[in-house]
Design a protein around this ligand. Structure first.
Ligand code: GAL
Length: 503
């Protein structure tokens, strides 16, 4: 039995995101028919309308891309499920606070719904009820001595902004900066830790390159690079807005949450696989971390590779956009700490001969799972705790030894989940032990750990079929009761003692 003690003032948290937990606008659904938007969707289960009385536009939230995407159906989401009800946290937020209290968390990470605050995405019209909602939540967290870590944008772009191009358009950089300023001025007297964008890599890849996530735009070879380019600029502008206008008075910190797998060469003796492995990390982590943490620009290997491919395709310029010198200066150094979302690891091999322009053909690498690694309740999530330790040491070494917060890490159960999830707690334990080793043995400055997620929630295209919560949510009951899993009880012990008792 080992006692693995964490540093004093280590942040123990759990994370959620607005679209995955709140509610779209339940008052818009009467008699099983959606009357809010133009979709003709009918709902096949009795919805708890009595919990949310009001007109179809009650509480004024504007549509976002996930509302539209899920309402369009088309089997892009498991069983065509939506976030219309989700965990009902817009109404049941006090139930969430009880869960946070039961865990004894020091921090809670959640995201603001941009279109709840600014229904058309611009500051032209402010939805006061949205402001009131987040004020209640923030004030209550602080009253419980829980520090809020607030994400401005977690995949749910206002539809009105998307209609003008979304992240494909440079105009969104400006809209995002205005939105960020609005949030700092509205909540920044109390919120001191901000994340601008959650996982730009996922947005670029799944939303604008492959079209698998809302808004479902598929433009291989272009979409990922263009949207990422605008997200990096949007992030940097939002950081500067804080630094210039708010930092002195509010004394907070701003960062961006980057997701990355750890990567190992499939055949460690193959130079092709070793190079492919390097590219894999460059096209994932360095794509964003180099501009923000190092020099304001994309990694040179990435620039060369995409430029060569573009020339082969007969283009005169690279499909990867370029930053101007002025932009590089503006982007460099725009994060006050490093936020890492880690879920899994891949063995990487070289992959050539992909036809047509695409991110994948530029990457010339493929990540595969080792058959020995256990798979959690969602197929892509192979459980590889040691991968996190290696990734943390790598970030320390590559990006100037920053303070690191692990802003997401977790394991899904498939549906129906087990309340007695001892197996899953085993994964958490192994992972926390690796975090401890990173801190104590490798000297990585890990300042906090946030489990994904506080609650079972709407897991994007997997709908309610993947259960990531520390608390079970019964989506079949109108009051959506929350019940702790075994993992919640065990996590609470770790938080309380600031140590993991590990066998
Ligand atoms: C992340 C995302 C979260 C959550 C998690 C589990 O990519 O930020 O919203 O869905 O994955 O898959």
């Amino acid at each position: 039995m080992e006692r693995l003690t964490f540093p004093e003032s280590f942040a123990w948290g759990a994370s959620t995101a607005a679209y995955q937990i709140e509610v779209f606008k339940i008052s818009a659904i009467y008699g099983g028919l959606c009357v809010r938007c133009v979709c003709t969707k009918t709902y096949n289960k009795a919805l708890p309308v009595f919990l949310w009385p009001g007109g179809w536009d009650a509480d004024g939230k504007g549509l976002n891309v996930w509302d539209t995407f899920t309402h369009q159906g088309g089997d892009r989401v498991y069983k065509n499920q939506t976030g219309d009800v989700a965990c009902g946290s817009y109404t049941l937020w006090e139930e969430d606070l009880k869960c946070i209290k039961q865990l004894g968390l020091t921090h809670y990470r959640f995201s603001l719904s941009w279109s709840r605050l600014l229904p058309d995405g611009t500051t032209g019209f402010i939805n006061q009820k949205g402001v009131d909602y987040y004020n209640k939540l923030i004030d209550s967290l602080l009253a419980m001595n829980v520090t809020p870590l607030v994400t401005l944008y977690h995949f749910d772009m206002p539809q009105a902004i998307e209609d003008q191009g979304g992240w494909n358009s440079e105009k969104t950089v400006e809209f995002f900066e205005q939105y960020a300023k609005f949030c700092y001025s509205t909540f920044g007297d109390r919120v001191k830790m901000w994340i601008t964008i959650n996982e730009p890599h996922i947005v670029a890849q799944l939303s604008y390159e492959q079209g698998l996530f809302a808004p479902g735009k598929s433009e291989p070879g272009y979409g990922a690079y263009r949207s990422a380019h605008n997200m990096i600029k949007g992030h940097a502008k939002a950081w500067h807005a804080y630094n210039t206008h708010f930092k002195e008075k509010q004394k907070g910190y701003v960062s961006i949450a980057l997701d990355s797998d750890w990567a190992e060469p499939l055949d460690p003796s193959s130079s092709d696989d070793k190079e492919a492995c390097k590219r894999y990390l460059h096209f994932r982590l360095h794509w964003f971390a180099n501009p923000i943490f190092i020099d304001g620009d994309y990694p040179s290997g990435m620039k060369i590779k995409i430029s060569e491919k573009s020339i082969e395709e007969g283009l005169t310029t690279s499909r990867l956009p370029e930053f101007t010198d002025e932009e590089k200066t503006m982007i460099k150094g725009t994060a006050d700490f490093f936020c890492l979302n880690y879920y899994t690891t891949r063995n990487v091999k070289r992959l050539s001969n992909q036809s047509g322009p695409s991110f994948k053909s530029d990457l010339e690498a493929e990540g595969v799972k080792d058959p020995e690694w256990p798979i959690s309740g969602i197929e892509w999530l192979a459980v590889v705790p040691w991968g996190l330790r290696r990734l943390l040491a790598y970030i320390k070494e590559q990006f100037g030894d920053p303070d690191i917060y692990i802003t997401e890490n977790g394991f899904a159960q498939s549906d129906p989940p087990l309340l007695q999830d001892t197996h899953r707690w085993g994964y958490f334990q192994e992972t926390l032990a690796e975090v401890w080793k990173a801190i104590r043995q490798d000297g990585v400055k890990v300042k906090g750990y946030f489990a994904w997620s506080l609650l079972d929630n709407f897991e994007w295209t997997s709908g309610y079929g993947a259960r990531f919560g520390l608390f079970h949510v019964d989506f079949n009951q109108p009051n959506l009761p929350r019940t702790p899993y075994f993992s919640a009880f065990e996590y609470a012990k770790v938080v309380k003692g600031n140590e993991l008792i590990y066998k």
